[in-house]
Each structure stands twice: as C-alpha cells, then as structure tokens.
Design a protein. Structure first.
Length: 227
C-alpha cells in the first residue's frame, strides 16, 4: 500500500490538522507495516500558483514548449504522479478565513488536469483517480455551522458573505452598530438567501434603530427571494 500524506497547515507539526493526519497515517501503517509513505508539506515546499504563464505552458503542445514552460509543467506532473501512485491519500486541512489554505488550493490546481486526473462527460466532470481511499482530517470553526446547504456555484459568494458576517459580528461586539449594519448588509447582498446568518442581527439592528423603511425593504427582499 502506498500512502500519500498532504500537509497544508502553516503551523507545520504544531497544527491540529497535521497531528490528526499523522495519527491516521500511523494507524494505516500499523495495519500494514509494509506500506510506503510519501509526505508532502505544502508550506515547506510551496507549489507555484496557477498564473497566466502556467496556463500558457499547459495549453502549449509538449513539443512546442520553451524550456521554462516545460519546467513549469513538470512541477505539476510530479504532483500528479504522486497521487496516481498512491493507494491512500490523507490530507491535513485547516480552515483559514472560511477557506482552505492557499498552498492547498495551489496543489488542487496542479493535480486537476483534464484528460489525466478527470474528464468531461455528458453528465459532468468524472474523476480518473478511482480506487483510492481519501481521508481529510481538518479543523473547522463552529461558526461555519451557521451557514449550510449552498450550491457549489455559490462558493465564492458564500465565502465573501461569511467574511463580512464575521466582521459585522465583531463590530457589534465592539458596539459599532453603524459598521455592523454595513457589514451585515454587504454579507446579505453578496449571498442573498434566507439562510444567511446576517439576516437575523440585521433585523434586530433596524428594529432597535426604529428604521421601519429599512426593515420593510429588507423583508421585501427576503419575501421576493422566497417567491
């Protein structure tokens, strides 16, 4: 059995997610002493971002790439080869500002290659890395439980909405009600669904301020969204 462990926390061995990943890998190794282990720490050896130069290199035929382009694609090829060779993939994932760490996003971009690790079909994308067990030990803030059931296409909006909701909650704790209203409004505008946690405190703030017009407009938006 080949085990691939991906660590993505900036805190390295001090990270709870890394410790969980280490513990899981140890149990897997105890069950199969002959198992091989490859550990990739994405902060110790950062992978480059998917920028214009990288995209140009990927979309250039292999026999027409410059030496620099070939070298850039080779970096992604190495990560793809690792996951293709793995029977089990363990990923340590902390939660930073309501998203995965940037180094992990770079890794995901690197291993996501059409025709190699996935393909497009009439029913949507289909993975080509079947037959692997995947484990994702992670640490997630309890605040995230307040927002659920969003479609994948809404992920960027949801991410920004959570950020502004948290800012609003912090400003409310600091008795900055005007700033809290601005942030809660932004959160609700970014992700305008009734499940948005910014809706309840925003209602309370409008009621407390006696702003009937703003409250009516808010309720109208929610009602319109539910129709």
């Amino acid at each position: 059995m080949n085990i691939l462990q991906i660590n993505s926390s900036a805190r390295h061995d001090a990270s709870h997610s890394t410790r969980l990943a280490n513990r899981l890998v140890q149990r897997l190794h105890d069950a199969d002493p002959d198992a091989t282990l490859t550990v990739r720490d994405l902060n110790s050896v950062p992978h480059p971002v998917l920028d214009e130069a990288a995209l140009t290199a990927l979309f250039t035929a292999a026999d027409r790439r410059t030496p620099e382009q070939a070298a850039r694609v080779a970096l992604d090829d190495a990560l793809i080869a690792e996951i293709q060779a793995a029977d089990v993939v363990v990923v340590g994932v902390p939660m930073y500002n309501f998203g995965v760490p940037a180094p992990l996003k770079n890794w995901i971009d690197a291993i996501s290659r059409a025709g190699v690790t996935f393909r497009y079909t009439e029913k949507g994308p289909e993975g080509l890395l079947g037959g692997k067990e995947r484990f994702q030990p992670g640490v997630v803030a309890g605040l995230l439980d307040t927002v659920r059931d969003t479609m994948p296409a809404d992920a960027p909006k949801l991410h920004l909405s959570r950020f502004f909701y948290l800012r609003g909650a912090l400003r409310l704790d600091l008795r900055d009600k005007s700033g809290a209203i601005t942030d809660f409004e932004t959160a609700l505008t970014t992700w305008p669904v009734p499940e948005n946690p910014a809706l309840s405190p925003l209602r309370d703030l409008y009621r407390e301020a006696g702003d009937a017009a703003a409250l009516a407009a808010l309720e109208d938006r929610v009602h319109h969204r539910n129709r």
